[in-house]
Write a protein that binds this ligand. Sequence first.
Ligand SMILES: [Zn+2]
Length: 277
Amino acid sequence: MPELPEVESLRLLLQESARGRRIIAARINEPRLRRLVAADFTQIIAGRTIDVLARRAKYLLVGLSGGVTLLAHLGMSGSLTHRGGGFGDNEFNPAHDHLHFQLDDGTALVYNDPRRFGLLKLVPTAELEQAVELRELGPEPLSPAFNAEYLFARTPGRRAAIKNLVMDQRIVAGIGNIYASEALFAARVRPGRAAHRITRAEAAKIVEFSKAILTRAIGSGGTTFRSYRDSRGMPGRFVSSLKVYGREGEACYVCGTPIKNKVLGQRASFYCPSCQD
Ligand SMILES: [Zn+2]
């Protein structure tokens, strides 16, 4: 599932390759995504220029001329690729190419999504902060607002697992399953520990390592599982840096103990029972 680093990597690439381009026409092959793509979508988007590439949590925000923003979420398996004009060949199954944006330089942006959990909708830019998807999100994990005091202040009285707290989008927006697992390993805190039992020093470590790991993952183009590819159709390289995620039964790189996997909040949660408590 694409997380914040994958979306940020995509944003940076599209900023280089697609900013300033005009969308000549859009075509919808399959409108049935997480929600139905609006019937007037192609009519509204055609003729607009891509002015701004922004991101909020795991949402890519494509600011278009005329005060409209394309709000995109890649869901479980979505990819937005920039094709043609030397941007690499299409290795995607064309049956899953659901939206096609023709640009004025002969290239195209294509939204491919085998599982169709993604979301694409147009929002007036002036109303973006009030959009139902964005209005309740907590601070960005890489912003100064996400700090030790902030996280620690949210732990008293909370019996929920610390990993679920870190993945609660209302508390901090954009830390998903992969990076929550990795940050907790680096901070030596078990993912299933009740949040109210986290010390201030541990909260500081969780914040510090969350920021460091997200930053490194962005620099590596993110982590690739299954279908994710960046805008050039390239996989992310961070998978080789993962210490616990996806490594159940394999030896901990620090101590050699087999990595465990416990389901928390319906999500697989990987940890080392020796290094983390
Ligand atoms: Zn270990």
